[in-house]
Design a protein around this ligand. Structure first.
Ligand SMILES: [Zn+2]
Length: 87
């Protein structure tokens, strides 16, 4: 889990992570693993709707939910079709 303040720095880290992940996946593929249904999804979890922290208050004032404080920011890896109930 990455917790960094600066968005641009965070983006750099994410770009680096993506390169590492891509490399790892290519290695797996060359080892004969079937990755055709493997999916990678970026997710962000915002603070609770009633949160009173500065970021969330600010987001409320500006009426922009993207400004809300974030609890988590990361990636989820999943295999498409593994769960029939998903989405
Ligand atoms: Zn908050």
């Amino acid at each position: 889990m990455l917790k960094l303040r600066s968005p641009s720095h965070q983006e750099q880290i994410l770009a680096l992570a993506m390169r590492q992940i891509e490399k790892m996946l290519k290695e797996m593929q060359s080892n004969g693993k079937n990755l055709s249904r493997l999916k990678l999804k970026k997710f962000q979890k915002t603070h609770h709707i009633d949160c009173k922290c500065k970021l969330c208050e600010d987001a409320k004032i500006k009426n922009d939910p993207r400004l809300r404080g974030l609890l988590e920011d990361g990636f989820k890896v999943y295999v498409e079709g593994a769960k029939k109930s998903s989405q």
